[in-house]
Design a protein around this ligand. Structure first.
Ligand code: PRP
Ligand code: ZN
Length: 296
């Protein structure tokens, strides 16, 4: 294992994960100065630097020890690991809660889906040949994989494949190409990845520190401060409706003995539906606020 005294993190340069990844690192208190070619970010507040690369290159950079950590889609990490001999050289340190998508098999809209055996003898276009191959083997399906480097969704129209196996997020790409999702192979999101074995020098301590900050940032991001007023008699019902059943602070309202004012930190988002239900239970003047920092 190489030794270095600065930690190096691979981050997607362009694409869906780029901005939320940098945003997360900034919230962890890291500050960077970008190199002129915009490929390298020097860490100014801590000995942690960034390498901005194509997402598909991130697993390789970790496996080769060029980078210690990477912000990458689970799908990209798994695909790379399955393409190697033996055990996966990676570990997923944390799921990050953004970049959610799924790797799915999609069929032309007019085709009925009757199960995996329907795929026997078919040509399936994908940029994830190892994940697809693994799924086909598990389901004992004999199909041929057409590996493409992009624009998979147009393969059925071009006649180079019968169906596709690709990432689906909103579903807009499938719909625009008259395709429909048939079966999900893997649910994915952005993860913080490292090599299977963490470095034992100072970089290990830096990783520990970063993970602690990341956990509290993610915690706070999912927290909401809810404030409302309600009849005292509705208190139990309303607390039941709050996400994560928090322990609220309840105070009485000067001049109206039958009413209370409530304040609670909820772990999880509060939907319009939750608010409407609470309103029906008697709540009013409801406020939902994001939480910036939290220290118990
Ligand atoms: C994926 C996928 C589809 C699209 C699906 O590509 O290949 O083209 O996203 O998203 P939708 O369901 O919201 O329409 P992505 O933009 O992630 O780029 P990449 O596969 O080239 O990395
Ligand atoms: Zn990519």
């Amino acid at each position: 294992m190489t030794t270095r005294d600065r930690l190096r993190i691979a981050v997607q340069k362009n694409g869906r994960l780029a901005e939320p990844s940098l945003d997360l690192l900034t919230r962890c208190g890291l500050k960077f100065r970008q190199s002129r070619d915009k490929l390298f970010c020097f860490g100014e507040s801590m000995p942690i630097d960034l390498l901005l690369v194509r997402d598909d290159d991130i697993p390789g950079l970790i496996a080769d020890g060029v980078c210690d950590l990477g912000f990458v889609g689970r799908n990209v990490l798994t695909e790379d690991a399955l393409g190697r001999e033996g055990e996966s050289p990676f570990q997923e340190l944390r799921p990050l809660g953004f970049g959610g998508c799924r790797l799915s098999i999609a069929l032309p809209q007019e085709t009925e889906w009757s199960g995996p055996q329907q795929l026997a003898g078919m040509r399936i276009a994908t940029t994830y040949p190892h994940l697809l191959g693994d799924w086909l083997r598990t389901n004992s399906v004999n199909a041929s994989i057409v590996t493409l480097s992009g624009s998979v969704e147009i393969a059925p129209r071009l006649g180079t494949a019968d169906l596709i196996c690709d990432l689906v997020s909103s579903g807009a790409t499938l719909a625009a190409n008259q395709l429909k999702e048939a079966v999900i192979l893997q649910r994915s999101e952005a993860v913080l990845a490292s090599s299977a074995e963490l470095p034992s020098d100072e970089r290990g301590d830096l990783i520990e520190l970063l993970l602690r900050r990341l956990d509290s940032v993610v915690n706070v991001r999912e927290s909401r401060l809810v404030m409302l007023q309600a009849p005292r008699s509705a208190l139990d019902i309303i607390v039941d409706l709050l996400p994560g059943k928090p322990q609220p602070t309840v105070t009485s309202i000067e001049g109206s003995p039958d009413d209370i004012s409530l304040q609670a930190v909820c772990n999880g988002s509060v939907s319009w539906q939750d608010l409407e239900q609470m309103k029906r239970a008697g709540a009013r003047s409801m406020l939902v606020l994001p939480v910036e920092k939290m220290l118990a």
